[in-house]
Design a protein around this ligand. Structure first.
Ligand SMILES: *Cc1c(COP(=O)(O)O)cnc(C)c1O
Ligand code: SF4
Length: 374
């Protein structure tokens, strides 16, 4: 018998349960829960050390979520790129396939909270439409199975979806995006790992935001997936009071590598309604990237991206390493802020027009001396 269904059933679910557990105002939490579903697994609640700590801030509802002055319901205009309700098709060769409206716990900053937790928006009956869409679009070679959290489906239901996808001749890779290894690592059983490995090449992207989330239980879950030959990547959301600190973020990235997960993206928090209290400045993200590159393993350095409001997709943002670039040389600064020049090749240099000589490096952030972190 798997232990995880029982763990899941023991979640703090209703506003009253959550308010009582954390000593909060019942009416306030009820109001917030009407805007976005609440749930915290007992496992994750047990990792919270005190009110307002980095794990608490991610999952415990806050009255600030009712703030409607900033943010958008659908900041990435996903609904416009949604040919059928279960598909978000934005890029040329890959798409998101929403297969579950449930999550093990609900992140208060969720970008898709207009849909997540609501079975009328992400419904099993839309899955067949999504499969048909994928089958009839030969340009799609990569499907990201998402939601909600796909690992909240039963093994059998998830296997049905993976099997149908694998039967599509033009699909090369499958990906699963899940926060289950963070919120409910017990869900990752040897049986699940054995099922998943049938559908290779399969990649799993997990979602950890703080080093305290990398527990022995999480390490075990990730180990099962890695042992099944599944390359693991991680997506982190940069959040105020959670991981907006270079030392915390560096530790998180290092701990991820230690449990065989390659950091993939750090997301600037999306412009989602009711999440302003969790957003940071973009400068903070650049400061963090500056404190990663060079200061620790290159493998621990993900891309920092802003998912462009309006639906432009993920745009990488880098500290400004290239200072000037011309026909003779490229002047750069290294991670420690020292300046170096790289001579350009002189062979075959054709005369370029003045316009072309304009530096094509967009000035983004003028850090000259990266802060070493202790
Ligand atoms: C993030 C995302 C993808 C996947 O992007 P990659 O950069 O390939 O990981 C695909 N579709 C949508 C709509 C996305 O938001
Ligand atoms: S696990 Fe993902 S989909 Fe679910 S609430 Fe968190 S961010 Fe949203």
């Amino acid at each position: 018998m798997d232990e995880w269904p029982q763990i899941l059933r023991g979640s703090l679910r209703t506003p009253d349960e959550i308010a009582a557990h954390f000593g909060l105002n019942k009416d306030e939490i009820r109001k917030v829960a009407r805007a976005f579903k609440t749930q915290i697994t007992p496992y994750y609640a047990g990792l919270i050390k005190h009110k307002g700590d980095p794990l608490y801030r991610q999952v415990v509802p806050d009255a600030a979520e009712l703030e409607r002055n900033t943010g958008l319901a659908d900041p990435l205009n996903e609904d416009e790129d949604s040919p059928v309700p279960s598909v978000i098709h934005r890029y040329p060769d890959r798409l998101l396939f929403l297969v579950s409206h449930c999550c093990a716990s609900y992140c208060r900053f969720c970008t898709r909270k207009r849909k997540v937790g609501d079975p009328s928006k992400i419904h099993p009956r839309y899955i067949e439409d999504g499969l048909d869409y994928i089958r009839s679009h030969p340009e799609i070679r990569d499907v990201i199975v998402s939601g909600g959290d796909p690992l909240m489906l039963s093994d059998a239901r998830l296997e049905y979806i993976l099997k149908e996808l694998r039967a599509v001749p033009h699909l090369e890779i499958l990906r699963i995006g899940t926060r289950v290894p963070c919120f409910l690592p017990q869900r990752v059983t040897p049986k699940l790992a054995a099922m998943l490995k049938i559908y290779h090449p399969l990649y799993v992207n997990v979602h950890f935001n703080h080093p305290d989330e990398i527990t022995p239980e999480a390490a075990k879950a990730l180990g099962l997936l890695a042992d099944a030959g599944i390359p693991l990547g991680n997506q982190t959301v940069l959040l105020k009071g959670v991981n907006d600190d270079p030392a915390v973020m560096r530790r998180l990235m290092q701990k991820l590598l230690f449990v065989r997960v390659r950091p993939y993206y750090i997301y600037q928090a999306d412009y989602v309604q009711g999440t302003d209290h969790l957003r940071t400045t973009v400068e903070k993200g650049l400061e963090i990237m500056d404190a990663l590159r060079g200061w620790t393993s290159g493998l621990a350095v993900p891309y920092y991206v802003i998912d462009a409001p309006g639906g432009g997709g993920k745009i990488p943002v880098l500290p400004k390493y290239v200072q000037t670039i011309n026909d003779e040389q490229v002047v750069m600064r290294n991670y420690a802020g020292e300046i170096y020049a790289y001579p350009q090749t002189q062979s075959g240099q054709k005369k370029r027009s003045r316009k072309e000589k304009q530096p094509f490096v967009t000035p983004c952030y003028g850090v000259t001396n990266a802060p070493p972190i202790g």
